[in-house]
Design a protein around this ligand. Structure first.
Ligand code: MN
Length: 187
């Protein structure tokens, strides 16, 4: 898909007169591509993992959130491309709207492609590896398409840590320091 068509699915699901989410455009964020992980208390709680690839945020819903343990594979369900501005969205999607519930920026930062082929191509081939420079997550991660869907796995490097559980130990927003309950309450 080319141009603004990439955001058609995103825009088609939302009424921007009702949701505070950005309608957004195709934009490169900066010289370094960004990633964001948004904790989303929708009908079921999940973590939306988004990587800037080709001027949009490629997105996966990770029910259990990321792990720092290389022995743990986390299911990652592909969702529609989001505009890059979405990386800074933290707030409440009103009842009745798509994805109704609270969104918190759980982690944000830049990343680099660890493969020698362009990330867009690696994505199409269903296997990407990248190095995160976030506030909570650092180091190499892989996202791979398998017969049962995509999986998110920590790579074995200095930042791998089977004893760490950042999802439960570091619940605060990487942007504002707020808990998701404080975001929900508009504080
Ligand atoms: Mn979501």
């Amino acid at each position: 898909m080319k141009g603004e068509e990439r955001l058609r699915a995103y825009r088609g699901k939302r009424d921007f007169g009702r949701t505070p989410e950005p309608s957004g455009g195709l934009k490169q964020h900066s010289k370094k591509p960004i990633f964001v992980i948004q904790k989303h208390a929708a009908s079921t709680l999940h973590y939306d993992f988004r990587l800037e690839i080709g001027r949009v945020l490629k997105s996966w819903a990770v029910p259990k959130g990321p792990s720092t343990d290389p022995g743990v594979k986390r299911l990652a369900v592909p969702t529609e491309d989001h505009p890059t501005e979405y990386a800074y969205f933290e707030g409440v999607i009103p009842a009745g709207q798509y994805g109704a519930g609270t969104v918190q920026v759980w982690d944000i930062g830049t990343y680099r492609n660890l493969k020698e082929i362009p990330l867009e191509r690696a994505f199409e081939e269903g296997h990407i590896t990248f190095w995160l420079e976030g506030k909570k997550l650092r180091g190499g991660y892989a996202l791979m398409r398998t017969g049962r869907g995509w999986l998110l796995v920590k790579m074995n490097d200095d930042y791998a840590d089977a004893d760490r559980d950042p999802v439960s130990a570091q619940p605060e927003s990487a942007l504002t320091g707020r808990t998701i309950e404080e975001v929900a309450a508009g504080r």
